[in-house]
Every structure is written in C-alpha cells, then in structure tokens.
Design a protein around this ligand. Structure first.
Ligand SMILES: Nc1ncnc2c1ncn2[C@@H]1O[C@H](COP(=O)(O)OP(=O)(O)O)[C@@H](O)[C@H]1O
Ligand SMILES: O=c1ccn([C@@H]2O[C@H](COP(=O)(O)OP(=O)(O)O)[C@@H](O)[C@H]2O)c(=O)[nH]1
Length: 240
C-alpha cells in the first residue's frame, strides 16, 4: 500500500480576522481559534511547511465605520496593529497545542514580536516551525490578502490558501443566488473576465504575475485544509 503524500511542501495560509470571531460580534472566540489551530496542526504533522498571514478585521479595519474621522493611513496602522494582536493569540494557541510558532511583524515593535526578516522566516520554516506573519505588508492602503500574496511569493510557497466563509469560488455570490455552482478550478484570466472577486485587485495581480496559484476554501469545514493540502477536490483552484 502506498501512503498518499501531500500535494504541497510549503504553503501560505491566509486566515481572515473575521474567521477568528466564530459566532461572536468581534474579537477572538476561544473555541474557534483552538479548532483552527487543530486544522493547521494536522497539516504540519504531514510534514508540510506552514506560514500564516492573519487579518485583523475582527478587531479593526482601516475602512470600517469605527475609523470614521480618522485619517486613512492612521486607521490602517491601527488595522495592522490589530493583526499583531491576532498573530499573538494564534501563535500562543499553536504553542499550547504542541506546535512551535513564531510571529514576525512587518512593522517594528521589537519588545512584542520579532521583525520580519526573510532568511529567518525561511530558516524557521525549514525547521518545521509555523511562521505567523503579522502587520500585513507594513504599509497603509494595502490588505492582508496582499500581504499573503507578497509573503507567499517571497518564501516560495507553492500555493496561497485563502480561507474564507464559503467553500470556494462560485459562478455567482452563493449568498444571493441559490443556483450558483462551485468551480473546481479556473484560470486567473477566467476569474478576471467573469469579474469574480477572489482577492482584492492588488493581491490578485501579484499572484497572477508571479504565477502563484490561489486555493479558496472554507476554514469552517472540518478537515478541508488537510484535503486541500492532500490535493483532493476541495475548494477552488485559481491557476496561471
Ligand atoms: N463568486 C463568488 N464565489 C464565492 N463567494 C462569493 C462570490 N461572490 C461573492 N462572494 C461572497 O464572498 C464572501 C466570502 O469572502 P469572505 O470570507 O468574506 O472573504 P474575506 O476573508 O476576504 O473577508 C462570501 O460572503 C460570499 O457570499
Ligand atoms: O498591508 C496591510 C494590511 C492590513 N492593513 C490594515 O489592517 C486592516 C486589517 O486587515 P484586513 O482587512 O486585510 O483583515 P481581514 O479582512 O483579513 O480580517 C485593514 O483594514 C487595513 O486597515 C494595512 O493597512 N496594510
């Protein structure tokens, strides 16, 4: 009997901040974060190197209502700090679950987390540690999706796994159209021409230029991350 091998050696997992809320209105839901870490742990046990970019939308978003009247750049820095909080919670939960996690921040807050240094991140990944990238790209006017594309390209990830609330890309918004069907895969050009919002335009363009495939899947579906990593039919693959 041959044992199935993972389809990917190194992945970049983008987790939205909102995913951490669970059914709460904001913040970090304990059961949800523990469950998410279990899904990640399962994949690391297969020998896959995992880097994570975490969002901050559960705490603060630069363009959200709570930032009304605040300068956009300032609000965005607040959003980046929110991702640092999530990263600390995520890494702490990972360490308690028996993983070894390291947080690297795109903005210097050296008493709290170490700065992002690419060779160091690569070293951690080679050592089997999970690297959690915090503070997005470190620049206002960007998103953590763009950070996922950027870091994914930098560390030579084979794929960016975009974890969302829906289990893939559909022919139309499945919340509004019950007849929408899920794509198993589609090319960057098809996604563009059909105007399917998979990631924001900057993130999407970066992945397309770098020929870095994106897999959209649901983090709320138990075992989905593992099935994605094993190359099974789960979510939607966007390819060059
Ligand atoms: N063609 C489509 N395929 C899948 N989801 C879609 C599509 N168009 C719109 N959506 C919507 O996109 C949302 C999924 O993105 P979400 O998890 O909110 O992403 P993010 O993590 O960027 O906030 C869902 O609310 C879904 O209804
Ligand atoms: O490179 C980045 C990444 C994030 N942000 C800010 O951080 C917030 C939280 O990130 P995001 O909205 O991407 O989080 P998610 O939707 O994944 O929870 C954003 O609204 C921005 O204000 C930013 O300014 N630059």
């Amino acid at each position: 009997m041959t044992i199935a091998k993972p389809a990917h050696k190194r992945i970049l997992l983008k987790l939205s901040g909102e995913a951490l809320m669970g059914d709460d209105q904001f913040g970090i839901n304990r059961d949800t974060i523990v469950r998410m870490v279990e899904e990640v742990a399962e994949v690391t046990r297969l020998g896959v190197e995992v880097a994570v970019v975490i969002g901050g939308g559960n705490i603060f978003r630069g363009v959200a209502g709570g930032s009304t009247g605040i300068d956009r750049a300032t609000a965005d820095y607040m959003g980046m700090l929110a991702t640092v909080m999530n990263a600390l919670a995520l890494a702490d939960t990972m360490n308690k679950a028996g993983l070894v996690a390291r947080v690297m921040s795109a903005i210097a807050i050296e008493q709290v987390v170490e700065p992002y240094v690419r060779p160091k991140a690569l070293q951690y990944l080679e050592e089997g540690k999970v690297v959690v990238f915090a503070a997005g790209t470190g620049n206002p006017f960007f998103t953590t999706d763009t950070a996922a594309a950027l870091r994914g390209a930098e560390i030579g990830a084979e794929v960016v796994l975009k974890a969302t609330k829906v289990d893939g890309v559909y022919t139309a918004d499945p919340k509004l159209d019950a007849t929408a069907t899920r794509y198993t895969k589609l090319s960057f050009d098809e996604a563009m021409s059909r105007n399917l919002g998979i990631m924001d335009a900057t993130a999407f363009a970066l992945c397309r230029d770098q020929k870095l495939p994106i897999k959209v899947f649901s983090i709320f579906k138990h075992g989905a991350l593992k099935r994605v990593v094993m190359g099974e039919d789960e979510g939607t693959l966007v390819y060059a």
